[in-house]
Ligand binder design. Structure first.
Ligand code: TYM
Length: 338
């Protein structure tokens, strides 16, 4: 009976790009929720290395970060026994399904994506075609696993909408092939802001290291970055859009400690920002220290990591190839002769 219960679990798929060192934005907006959801769902957590090469990567950094991201998943609490963790490029169906879906996607809908518009401004002359097509690869990632739920930060919402549109389009063109996935965007922490420009999203690709906190930043660096975080001259700890810097620090504290913004306001009433900032820094340090220690341990055991991503790719390959074959058949391709 146990087994049939397991089979009925809904499916989660999510991933993080190894394109830069992970920030607490990635953690609070996505990974921390994966940890919470893992017991109720059949989960696929992918290190999306194919996505990372839409901008040029130094090969040795890409290799290092890919294993580091996997280690961070495990260290943050994703159980390798219960979840499928794998490296995207180990499952060729992602690239293949992405090509197929590209033929059902309009250039117009891709060029309207906010993230494409922002990034293409940044890279101007040398915008890779992969940057435009990137959301189609993301749709392939999700649809190949018949995913029900995709836990992400709010910046991925538009890509999820495209995924749903593509799935619906394909289903209508042929017959039901894909589950239409729903986004899971947390109420708090879905958009952690830049510490220096708190009206912008905190991003691992920012040029200013003071604007983000990395998952692997040592405690003294975290303390310094929080001390330097931009606030305002009002001197009141209040959860308000008029105080974006303070609001962001309150969000971070709230998501880590579970205190509500109201409780935080009450705690620091009449105290200015000094103690508040010290406490935010300590909360982050306390949250990250055990994760960092575990990551270091895991990175020293490459065989253990290899066993995890090997088993993950085995299971992912099986499930993804099944959906890919369905797509190919519906499109009209001749099945490979056995
Ligand atoms: P990526 O690698 O940019 O970010 C990974 C996850 O972290 C979330 N995130 C944030 N959340 C809150 N505040 C922030 N400042 C912040 N910055 C990042 C992102 O929303 C994301 O959930 N395209 C995706 C990766 C991807 C994917 C997928 C995700 C590829 N295929 C399939 C889900 C399903 C990306 O670039 O995320």
């Amino acid at each position: 009976m146990e087994v049939s219960g397991e089979q009925k679990k809904k499916v989660i798929f999510s991933g993080i790009q190894p394109s830069g060192d992970l920030t607490i934005g990635n953690y609070l907006g996505a990974l921390k929720n994966w940890v919470k959801l893992q017991n109720e769902y059949d989960c696929y957590f992918c290190v999306v290395d194919l996505h990372a090469i839409t901008v040029r990567q130094e090969p040795k950094d890409l290799r290092r970060r890919t294993l580091e991201v996997l280690s961070i998943y495990i260290a943050a609490g994703i159980d390798p026994e219960k979840n499928t963790m794998f490296i995207q490029s180990h499952v060729p169906a992602h690239s293949e399904a992405s090509w197929l879906l590209n033929c059902y996607t309009y250039v117009g809908e891709l060029s309207r994506m906010t993230q494409f518009k922002d990034k293409s401004k940044k890279y101007e002359e040398s915008v890779a075609a992969g940057l435009l097509n990137y959301p189609v690869l993301m749709a392939a990632d999700i649809l190949l696993y018949q995913t029900d739920l995709v836990p992400v930060g709010v910046d991925q919402k538009q890509h999820l909408e495209l995924t749903r549109d593509l799935a619906t389009r394909f289903n209508h063109a042929y017959s039901p092939t894909f589950v239409i996935p729903e986004p899971y965007i947390p109420k708090a922490g879905a958009k952690i802001m830049d510490l220096q420009e708190p009206t912008k999203k905190m991003s691992k690709s920012s040029d200013n290291p003071n604007s983000f906190i990395l998952m692997m930043d040592p405690p003294e660096v975290i303390r310094k970055k929080i001390a330097r975080a931009v606030t305002d001259s009002l001197g009141v700890v209040r959860y308000s859009d008029e105080q974006p810097g303070v609001k962001n620090l309150m969000t971070i504290l709230s998501v880590i400690t579970g205190m509500t913004p109201e409780e935080i306001e009450a705690k620091y009433e009449g105290q200015g920002y000094a103690q508040f900032k010290l406490d935010v820094a300590e909360a982050i340090v306390k949250e990250l220290e055990p994760i960092q220690a575990k990551v270091k341990e895991l990175l020293d055991d490459k065989t253990y990591l290899e066993n995890i991503y090997k088993a993950g790719a085995g299971k992912a390959n099986y499930v993804a190839t099944k959906t890919l074959r369905k797509m190919q058949k519906k499109i009209g391709f001749i099945p490979v002769a056995k």
